[in-house]
Design a protein around this ligand. Structure first.
Ligand SMILES: Nc1ncnc2c1ncn2[C@@H]1O[C@H](COP(=O)(O)OP(=O)(O)O[C@H]2O[C@H](CO)[C@@H](O)[C@H](O)[C@H]2O)[C@@H](O)[C@H]1O
Ligand SMILES: OC[C@H]1O[C@H](O[C@H]2[C@H](O)[C@@H](O)[C@@H](O[C@H]3[C@H](O)[C@@H](O)[C@@H](O)O[C@@H]3CO)O[C@@H]2CO)[C@H](O)[C@@H](O)[C@@H]1O
Length: 606
């Protein structure tokens, strides 16, 4: 950790070091009462000689009358301080569903009366995020790095961006899929340093940023916070909280929830890299890991995900069925099943962003609809989609869509193998995805094989994703594994029937014959395409096409669209889980809508 600066001033709070740097801490005293000129930010924190920030998050008191307001009324200012840390936060930075969750869950938690911040890297010059002029010095490896915080306040949430060349210079100007490496499947060599920096910066952000955008909360978040760390990139957060802060009497009441969005990515590195992490030796055993693979080195390794699992206060994943799968076997738990079983795991199904994905208002589609008009609008949208990708335009031909990262997980290779089995029927299929080059080539070749019937678009294309979701009749989701999956939620909201493999959140959210078609579970072996799975896809597509156009089909569309997949329900479950940790501010009992209309947003002019 740790040195704070305001404006042009840099000083140490004494981070990973074991002794207090008196000289620099004395310098900090001079920081008191300096003002940061940023809309929504107030004066700089008061930091005492021990490095303790004494200006605490102040909550506006809520009068009894206000507390008595009926359900649906927003009463803020009494809730928990929740800080979500992630490498992706939509719409600013996203390669997939992780970004979506960090975009949608925080506003829903804020609507329940909690003070909510997200912290992610500043990969680009986001036009709506302001420079706070607050700098912090952080020890990463054997160097001191200076980060700067940018900030905006949107939909009731403080969005904080960590500015450092390791994020901005690596990614700026490149496509959104370059957050983790120069190309899919290849990581930046310094990812461990990048994410160590992110974790430390996130802890610092809560006490050094004097945020004042909400009329319900002011001052820094302080130390009585609950962090939600997401995936392996943030697994060091609980370790740093304990080793760098709690040993020095800081953040004594803070808690960490670690959320697994995808166990497939664990952050396994060579064992000697432990020395890069600025952690005491006693943490080595939490990272220590041996597997049978050669990558990135043979034999003994460190495993960030394992440490996150073992060092967190509470472990969560993104659906109940995936939670069961993770502890069911080494294969499904990707060799972390034993550790997960030892600490326990809770599954909360994701919600979806019902503002971005709303067929009644979607800015990417030219005909808007709801459950009462869906049968009129969808044929028009299908024709728009067919025209967009260059298919013969015919509203009577059933159209199947696929959207996803082209990784083994998503099963695009199994789908490609299955196409010849059903393409002879009256059907068209559109596949949208980016990822591994071999899979991109596979989908691009489809057009040559089936010019009037199949398309593969190897682009990250949000407008096309929306048009496919609205215009297709069916959405194919042939995942080998799927922690939750958002594609099927988006599809159902748009009256597009999912045809999915029976794994993870797909089991929890799609009901066979009622809201979709279940294909059974697939072989999770990623190196091969199992002929049995190819057959499962062909058979399920056949079943779906039999139903297409029938009364039962219309009924399924209505069943899909009648459901509430908003973040409201999941946020309530998250709230209960956070409350059970006993962090302060747990007294809030609010059942509110999003507080966007009440939020004082600091939107920058482009
Ligand atoms: N080419 C493209 N163009 C435009 N948009 C594209 C796109 N490819 C993907 N997307 C978008 O990315 C998101 C993908 O959502 P998923 O739930 O499938 O996430 P993913 O597997 O990445 O995330 C992981 O985390 C999430 C969140 O927890 C879990 O739901 C999931 O199971 C887990 O694997 C959707 O919003 C989709 O529209
Ligand atoms: O939101 C989409 C997913 O984003 C994250 O996954 C990324 C992962 O965490 C990164 O490590 C990287 O994965 C690469 C991996 O490191 C590398 O060894 C090789 O196996 O290729 C992988 C893919 O390039 O990129 C992933 C995104 O593509 C997040 O962790 C997931 O939960 C999200 O599903």
């Amino acid at each position: 950790m740790a040195a704070v600066t305001a404006s042009h001033f840099v000083s140490h709070i004494n981070g990973g070091a074991t002794s207090v740097d008196t000289k620099t801490n004395l310098a900090q005293i001079g920081l008191r009462n300096q003002t940061v000129t940023h809309s929504g930010l107030r004066s700089v924190n008061k930091i005492d000689i021990s490095g303790k920030v004494t200006l605490k998050s102040s909550r506006c008191t809520v009068s009894k009358n206000e507390k008595d307001k009926p359900s649906g009324t927003i009463i803020c200012g009494v809730g928990m301080s929740v800080v979500l840390v992630s490498t992706e936060v939509a719409p600013w930075c996203k390669t997939g569903g992780l970004g979506d969750v960090l975009g949608g869950l925080p506003p829903a938690l804020a609507a329940l009366g909690h003070r909510v911040m997200t912290v992610c890297p500043r990969y680009d010059q986001y036009k709506d995020a302001w420079d706070t002029n607050v700098l912090v010095e952080i020890q990463v490896g054997d160097k001191i790095e200076t980060v700067r915080f940018f900030h905006c306040y949107k939909r009731g949430v403080d969005r904080v961006f960590v500015d450092h060349p390791w994020f901005l210079e690596k990614v700026w100007g490149k496509t959104k899929s370059k957050l983790y490496g120069p190309k899919a499947g290849t990581d930046y060599e310094d990812n461990q340093l990048r994410f160590s920096l992110l974790c430390q910066a996130a802890i610092e952000a809560t006490r050094v940023l004097n945020l004042d955008c909400s009329k319900y909360f002011s001052g820094p978040y302080g130390e009585d916070v609950v962090f939600i760390a997401n995936d392996w990139h943030t697994a060091l957060l609980p370790c740093y909280l304990k080793s760098m802060y709690q040993t020095r009497g800081l953040y004594m009441n803070a808690k960490v929830v670690f959320c697994i969005h995808n166990i497939a990515y664990q952050g396994r590195f060579k064992f000697s890299d432990f020395s890069l992490l600025n952690l005491p030796d006693q943490y080595k055993s939490s990272f220590d890991f041996i597997d049978g693979y050669d990558k990135p080195v043979k034999g003994r390794k460190i495993n960030w995900m394992k440490a996150g699992i073992l060092e967190t206060n509470r472990l969560v994943t993104v659906s109940p069925y995936y939670a069961q799968e993770l502890i069911s076997s080494p294969a499904k738990g990707v060799e972390c099943d034993t550790y997960i079983r030892s600490v326990g795991l809770c599954g909360i199904t994701n919600g979806m962003d019902v503002q971005e994905w709303n067929p009644a208002t979607d800015k990417y589609i030219s005909y808007h609809y709801d459950i009462t008009t869906v049968m009129d609008a969808k044929p028009l949208l299908k024709e728009a989609l067919q025209a967009e990708v260059g298919f013969p335009v015919n509203r009577n031909i059933p159209v199947i869509g696929f959207i996803g990262r082209l990784e083994e997980q998503k099963g695009s290779d199994i789908l490609v193998a299955a196409i010849s089995r059903f393409i002879g029927m009256d059907v068209q299929i559109i596949i949208l995805g980016t990822g591994k080059k071999k899979f991109e080539r596979q989908i691009q070749q489809l057009e040559e094989l089936y010019p009037e019937k199949a398309r593969g678009v190897a682009k990250f294309n949000v407008p096309l994703a929306h048009l496919i979701t609205a215009g297709a009749d069916f959405m194919l989701i042939p995942s080998r594994f799927e922690p939750c999956g958002l594609i099927q939620l988006h599809a159902m909201r748009y009256g597009t029937i999912p045809i999915c493999s029976s794994t993870g959140g797909l089991v929890d959210t799609v009901k066979e014959g009622y809201t979709g078609f279940q294909m059974g579970d697939f072989n999770i072996e990623c190196e091969t395409v199992d002929p049995a799975d190819v057959l499962k896809i062909a058979t399920a597509v056949g079943r779906a096409l039999m139903v297409y156009g029938s009364v039962a089909f219309t009924e399924m569309i209505r069943n899909c669209m009648s459901q509430d997949f908003s973040w409201k329900g999941p946020a309530k479950k998250w709230e209960s889980l956070l409350l059970s940790l006993g962090v302060s501010g747990g007294e809030s009992e609010v059942d509110g809508e999003e507080i966007a209309p009440l939020a004082k947003e600091n939107v920058a002019t482009p």
